[in-house]
Write a protein that binds this ligand. Structure first.
Ligand code: PMP
Length: 295
């Protein structure tokens, strides 16, 4: 298959024809907001999972940057780009960014551009997603919410990339952020849950991204959400990570400490994977189908 086309400022164009200036403020200062969204092949055609929630979060990021953003336009662009790609299982990447302006730090007169790409299905954790993730406790602190709001702002991901790089150089798959007071925050691209005595708990932290998979898992399980110390995490029976890309992935090690990929995590993973493909009633309201359902 040829490279899928990219939606850029209202049009689907060949990827080779989608350009941006080298002076784009986004390139110099990380001034953009993006989303990572999945679509899944279902028996009734491709469906995008929780598109509205992703658009709402993206809108909050755009607002933080003072950027005009129309969630409906972006949602339709995601739908059109997926339809054009012909993919069923895909990863959708909308990005709104300051594409033109000065190199000053006042963004009021910058031009905003919007793009959407559809990529073949992928899990950024690679092989680790299948066997479970081995994480390194990051020596770095997560961006605090007071420094950069926990939204999908491009520049904020420098923090994730640096922590992940330290972890992979040390031979691990992922990094886990722990704050100065000893509370677990999140991983570089996933939220964290624990299971203790059969109860599922979502790790809550003001500096963590409000994950959409996290919210989905809370609805599926009725899990409580509360702050969790690293010590409590180490004493848990099972720990797992959630994210659009990672879906539900067991965390099987943090440095020398290990957990088992337990039955509750694996069962929940199965439930999640049937939910996203529209196999349970609850999920229909979370799916945006490409074509109107006629049955
Ligand atoms: N935390 C961070 C830092 C992330 O980048 C992601 C991925 N978007 C998540 C958590 C999980 O969020 P979601 O479930 O909405 O994909």
């Amino acid at each position: 298959m040829s490279t899928p086309r990219i939606w850029m400022d209202g049009h689907l164009v060949d990827a080779s024809a989608a350009h941006t200036s080298l002076l784009a403020p986004a390139l110099h200062y990380g001034l953009g907001v993006f989303e990572g969204i999945r679509s899944y092949a279902t028996p009734r055609g491709p469906a995008i999972f929780r598109l509205e929630a992703h658009m709402a979060r993206m809108a909050r990021g755009a607002e933080a940057l003072g950027m005009p953003f129309n969630a409906e336009t972006c949602a339709q662009a995601c739908i059109d780009t997926l339809a054009d790609s012909g993919f069923g299982d895909a990863y959708l990447r909308p990005l709104a960014f300051y594409g033109q302006g000065t190199l000053g730090l006042d963004v009021d007169r910058h031009t905003t551009r919007l793009m959407v790409a559809a990529l073949p299905w992928q899990n950024h954790l690679g092989e680790a997603a299948a066997r479970g993730v081995r994480a390194h406790r990051s020596a770095m602190q997560r961006n605090t919410a007071q420094a950069i709001p926990p939204l999908k702002l491009c520049g904020g991901y420098v923090n994730s990339v640096l922590a992940k790089r330290q972890a992979t150089l040390a031979g691990f798959d992922e990094a886990l952020f722990v704050d100065e007071r000893g509370f677990a925050v999140e991983a570089t691209g996933e939220n964290v849950f624990l299971v203790k005595d059969g109860r599922v708990t979502a790790v809550e932290h003001p500096d963590a991204l409000p994950g959409i998979t996290r919210a989905t898992v809370m609805e599926l399980t009725g899990a409580e959400s509360r702050p969790v110390t690293l010590q409590e995490l180490l004493e848990a029976d099972e720990v797992f990570l959630t994210g659009t890309s990672a879906e539900i992935t067991p965390l099987i090690a943090l440095d020398a400490h290990t957990w088992r990929a337990g039955a509750i995590t694996l069962d929940l993973r199965r439930r999640y994977l049937t939910t996203v493909r529209g196999a349970v009633d609850l999920s229909e309201s979370w799916l945006t189908r490409l074509e109107p359902v006629t049955a």
